[in-house]
Design a protein around this ligand. Sequence first.
Ligand code: ZN
Length: 129
Amino acid sequence: MAAVTPTTTPSTWSDEELAEVRGRLQEEIDALEADIHRHETEIASGDVTQGAGDDQADAGAKTYEREREIALTLNARDLVAQNERAIARIDAGTYGVCESCHKPIGKERLQAFPRATLCVACKQKEERR
Ligand SMILES: [Zn+2]
């Protein structure tokens, strides 16, 4: 039986590798959605703080706390959207291609940052703006 020689180049993804990345992204979405649900519950329950007894500082702290929860939720929603986009790209067969210059992003970078849509060079350009 002849051994199968791997002929893949560093920027080529096997089905197994793509499935693994897809699984990681999906797991993260599930965890983030659980987080979002928890924050939303906290935001909703924090809504009923009106009435006697609250001094100004207390109300301020509650507003801050509520705004922080909202910011965390928005951030988590943003990550979910990015992960969903990465999964859509895997399904469409365009995963790993830079959205700006259309060159391969590089496997190492994607294994570290599975939701990256830009190669290192384009990402640096974007950050410099
Ligand atoms: Zn690029």
